[in-house]
Design a protein around this ligand. Structure first.
Ligand SMILES: Cc1ncc(C[n+]2csc(CCOP(=O)(O)OP(=O)(O)O)c2C)c(N)n1
Length: 642
């Protein structure tokens, strides 16, 4: 849907147009930009509150800096909608996150203004520092490099690794800390409290604007004046800031806190900061959801609300009179509490995804046993390992793609020590509109090769519950349960727990000539395919493998003894996936069969609806049907020849 931009925004195709505006027009432009984001996200969906919170910062940055020569890196990138609109993509913004449209995150291939591909958090300072060091090396000393990072993303270890390194480099690096006290859920940790303490230091705040302006002026007068200015600044800050400033201790020059919604003042401050060399941090205080009252009030709900009526604020839901199957994440959340009531050793761990994973259900019911540890997947895994050494049974819930961050910890801290940590990998498989940074494509492949690990996937809600039940029984080792984004298939899902044998798959039904082996919820696409195939006189057997490791060898012997045509289906990378595991088994046991593997091919799968992407990758119900028919045809031909 096309939406008309306001009169100022209409004139701006690129930041060079923005730079023609008078400073007095910037506020109006911010208003129009905010309105444009509201208009389009309300009918298209996507991330919402974060972009509203950085409208002024975005406008001020492109107004003052010489982008794209000067480089801005947005951390995570879910807040970069304003940036996209101001940098050549206003007229295609209505295609945001839609198949074939622009990406919901900055992406190098999409625009020269998107200096770095993002999606996973806490990478911006490292990337900006790399660019700054390269510029310095090339003699481009006038070039500015800005990382804009939220207080949530600052809880990620990588951000600190980068600050630690940047503090000893002399390159031109500005880190803008976009402090809105929120991650997706309220931000957590001691750092958050520290930031609040600086924000409320009244005596320092009174001086800071003058300080920045004076320093900028002095710094322009050459290196001697610069050294003198630095001493003056340190003595003023030392006196006025109660505690030693953390960023100053890391050799960053700390400026702020400033009002992140005063666009004129922000532009003036950024202009001054351009003339102060070396690593600098500007602490901007913003409100997530700024300008849309409901979003300001309930920032978690409006992080990515889906479609909504922009006038009433009503979030649109698929209305149905019939009860609907729950989301897998909610089955996880409720089941965890149920299990934790019976097993006092169970604890919950989430790296900054309480509402996304539904760990918030346990955090509410048992606050002393469930932890949001910040955007810190590596820490979440090793913290869970520590709990397990003391006899606890942690359920560590991490989105499949974010688990890529915690890989060494899974091997080194959990698997090698054979500790009982249950990894629940939410958003496994293709996730849809968030696109390639968020697809959970690789976990089957990267988990399957680790000794001691059990790797499982439920086909439905009841199976998820039973796998969770099985994983927490005494003397289990590390246990992975992967499940996808979205809703399940059972309305009546809260059934009594039953143990599942480790490495035991199940035959859903017998068949003729052809066997379909599935892993996880994508098996439900096979069920649909088989229903249609049956009407056409093709009767494949269907096996739900349940475990990628250990494989159900007994079941596979049965399959290879009875079928010479086999299809494997998985919502995961074909390389190293369950199909590969089946081929390995076939080879190791000297079977011969024609095996067709359906799953994610060796390519970057872009964004789009989940079902659209399954189709594109060739493993939705229709594709399974086609593959089955082709194999069935070849069965007939083979038979005729023999
Ligand atoms: C490694 C990683 N883990 C989790 C996420 C999910 N995530 C996306 S945005 C976000 C919160 C970011 O908070 P902040 O940086 O403060 O930005 P804000 O949304 O408040 O503007 C989280 C946890 C992610 N993108 N990357």
């Amino acid at each position: 849907m096309q939406v008309e931009a306001g009169p100022l925004l209409q004139q701006i195709n690129y930041p060079s147009d923005l730079r023609q505006l008078k400073a007095t027009e910037l506020e109006d432009l911010c208003h129009e930009l905010r309105q444009f984001i509201i208009d389009i996200v309300s009918v298209n969906g996507g991330h919402f509150a974060a972009s509203l919170g950085v409208v002024e910062l975005t406008v001020a940055l492109h107004y003052v800096l010489n982008t794209p020569y000067d480089q801005i890196i947005f951390d995570v990138g879910h807040q970069a909608y304003g940036h996209k609109i101001l940098t050549g993509r206003r007229d295609v913004f209505h295609t945001n996150r839609i198949l074939g449209g622009i990406s919901g995150f900055p992406k190098r291939g999409e625009s020269e203004y998107d200096t770095f591909g993002v999606g996973h958090s806490s990478t911006s300072i490292s990337a900006a520092l790399g660019m700054a060091v390269a510029s310095e090396y090339k003699g481009e000393t006038d070039r500015q490099h800005v990382a804009i990072i939220g207080d949530g993303a600052l809880t990620g270890g990588m951000a600190f690794e980068a600050l630690n390194h940047a503090g000893i480099e002399k390159s031109n690096l500005l880190v803008i800390l976009n402090d809105n006290c929120m991650s997706i859920d309220p931000n957590v940790g001691a750092m958050k409290e520290y930031l609040t303490s600086i924000t409320t230091s009244k005596s320092y705040n009174k001086f800071r604007d003058e300080l920045i302006a004076v320093l900028a002026k002095i710094s322009k007068n050459g290196p001697d004046a610069y050294g003198w200015a630095k001493k003056l600044e340190q003595s003023i800050k030392g006196t006025l800031l109660k505690n030693a400033n953390l960023f100053e201790s890391l050799n960053f020059r700390y400026f702020g806190p400033v009002d992140g919604h005063d666009v004129v003042k922000l532009a003036k401050t950024l202009e001054d900061l351009k003339h102060i060399p070396g690593p600098k941090l500007l602490h901007a205080v913003t409100v997530k959801g700024k300008g849309y009252a409901l979003a300001e009030k309930d920032q978690t709900k409006w992080h990515a609300p889906g479609l909504f009526d922009k006038i009433t604020g009503e979030i649109k839901k698929n209305k149905s009179d019939k009860p609907q199957p729950p989301k897998y994440q909610d089955v996880f959340g409720h089941t965890l509490v149920e299990l934790a009531e019976q097993n006092k050793k169970i604890m919950g761990v989430t790296p900054a995804m309480p509402s996304g994973s539904s760990m918030n259900i346990m955090m509410k019911a048992m606050p002393e046993r469930a932890f949001d540890v910040g955007i810190a997947e590596q820490h979440a895994v090793t913290f869970s390992a520590g709990l397990a050494t003391q006899g606890m049974v942690p359920f560590c819930n991490i989105y499949s793609s974010f688990m890529q961050r915690g890989y060494d910890q899974v091997i080194h801290d959990v698997a090698l020590q054979n500790l009982q940590v249950v990894f629940c990998l939410d958003r496994a498989g293709l996730v849809g509109a968030d696109g390639p940074t968020h697809h959970g494509a690789y976990d089957i492949a990267f988990m399957r090769c680790i000794p001691n690990l059990v790797v499982s996937a439920p086909m439905n809600e009841e199976e998820l519950r039973n796998l969770m039940y099985t994983a927490q029984l005494p003397d289990r080792g590390p246990f992975v349960i992967r499940y996808p984004r979205g809703n399940g298939v059972m309305v009546d899902w809260k059934r009594p727990f039953a143990e599942i044998g480790i490495g035991k798959g199940r035959k859903l039904h017998d068949g003729e000539e052809l066997a379909i082996l599935t892993f996880g919820t994508i098996g439900n696409e096979a069920v649909k395919a088989i229903q249609v195939l049956n009407q056409e006189g093709i009767y494949p057997a269907h096996y739900d493998l349940r475990f990628a490791k250990p494989l159900d060898e007994e079941l596979l012997h049965e399959v290879f003894a009875n079928f010479k045509k086999i299809i494997t289906v998985e919502d995961g990378s074909l390389i190293g996936g369950i199909g590969s595991a089946v081929l390995e088994f076939m080879n190791d046991h000297n079977y011969q069969a024609q095996v067709v593997r359906l799953g994610i091919p060796d390519t970057v799968v872009e964004h789009g609806e989940q079902a659209e992407l399954w189709k594109l990758c060739g493993y939705d119900a229709t594709a399974i049907m086609e593959a089955s028919k082709n194999l069935a045809k070849s069965i007939k031909t083979d038979t005729m020849v023999s």
